[in-house]
Write a protein that binds this ligand. Structure first.
Ligand SMILES: *Cc1c(COP(=O)(O)O)cnc(C)c1O
Length: 362
């Protein structure tokens, strides 16, 4: 460790990544990627990139893509800033709105990157525990207000449980919180359209709301690094003009992002497939004795009850030895659970067959 490292950087642990094997034989159900490839229109757009254009800088604020996204969400472009993945959007929200020593708020458990980014910013963290059934405690906002939270991140649908709060509950939070509310909608594309979940109208009524979206999950573009924030123009402007890297989104990402949005129907079809197979997988896991809460995401949080002959960690390890990756979190409240990304039908089938063999062994 170098004596030049800032004390808060010395003291912190980094983010622990899900495993990313580079062989194509592994069945990868551990990091919530969309199991289907991106739209063929994205492939075409990539082939159409003129590399001589890489000589010059990209459009600094990704305006053509911003305009498209504005149309998609029924907002004006000044409500949008495009970022290098959703993770950069989170970092920018912290950099812009939370000074070192100020308080960052979050539910526990939720996305494990939040505390890492808060520690980098040298912010204090107020963690409010969720209830056993993943509901938010009635005193959620009160606890955050008492702690003086400047910015609170709420992931919805929730990770790692997949459960969904209705937009009305988020409107209540926005009204109650003294600080900013960032609604992390990394998985919102997978919500059943019949639920009519849509938080973008909150942006008109509340000047303290930011919404995060990403191309990583819904558009099958995790390898590209493209995301964006929606918010009141007064919240977006300092990010757009001050805290963002001057060219934070490269030409290729801007181009492929536009192609993906222009072929929305393709992505929507993958979301429908994920929803269909999510339901099947959830039912089949329950039949194997592994129940899970209702999920509106592209993953399932299955519980391994103590009555079963193997623990969640043992199942995780045995699956891994068989070439199937799921996510195991060795932390309080999650030690008896496995987070399983919904895969293609044949991947889900392989998982179920392996699980049946593991559970019936002894
Ligand atoms: C995937 C994810 C993000 C953003 O990921 P990027 O790949 O950086 O866009 C944000 N929040 C949660 C909870 C996620 O799972």
């Amino acid at each position: 460790m170098s004596r030049f490292e800032r004390p808060n950087i010395q003291a912190m642990q980094g983010y622990s990544f899900g495993e990313q094997p580079d062989d194509s034989r592994t069945i990868k159900l551990n990091t919530n990627e969309n199991p289907y490839p991106p739209s063929p229109a994205v492939q075409q757009a990539l082939q159409g990139v003129d590399i001589s254009r890489l000589r010059i800088y990209p459009q600094a604020t990704a305006d053509p893509l911003r305009n498209l996204l504005a149309e998609l969400h029924g907002l004006t472009p000044d409500h949008i800033v495009v970022t290098n993945g959703g993770d950069e959007a989170l970092r920018l929200a912290l950099t812009t709105f939370v000074a070192p020593g100020q308080v960052f708020g979050m539910a526990e458990p939720s996305y494990s990157l939040y505390p890492v980014l808060a520690e980098i910013q040298d912010a204090s963290i107020c963690r409010v525990a969720l209830k056993e059934n993943w509901n938010y405690p009635d005193t959620f906002c009160q606890q955050l207000n008492n702690a003086g939270a400047q910015l609170t991140c709420v992931v919805n649908p929730h990770a790692p449980s997949g459960t969904l709060l209705p937009a009305s509950a988020l409107a209540d939070m926005a009204a109650q919180l003294n600080g900013l509310l960032l609604i992390d909608e990394a998985y919102a594309d997978f919500v059943d359209p019949e639920l009519e979940y849509d938080c973008s109208s909150l942006l008109q009524a509340h000047d303290n709301v930011l919404i995060l979206r990403t191309f990583s999950k819904g558009y099958s573009l995790a390898g590209l690094r493209l995301g964006y924030l929606l918010g009141h123009p007064d919240l977006i402007l300092p990010i757009l003009n001050k805290t963002r890297d001057s060219y934070n989104v490269d030409l290729i990402s801007q181009t492929l992002g536009q192609a993906a949005v222009n072929d929305l129907a393709y992505a929507q079809n993958t979301w429908a497939q994920v929803r269909e197979h999510r339901q099947l997988l959830q039912n089949n896991l329950a039949q194997l004795g592994l129940p899970s809460p209702d999920t509106q995401s592209n993953f399932i949080l299955a519980t391994v009850p103590p009555a079963l002959p193997v623990t969640a960690e043992e199942i995780y390890l045995q699956l891994k030895a068989n070439g199937i990756l799921v996510r195991y979190f060795s932390m309080p409240g999650l030690q008896d659970k496995l987070r399983i990304t919904v895969g293609k039908p044949e991947e889900n089938q392989a998982l179920l067959e392996n699980l049946a063999a593991i559970l019936n062994r002894d």
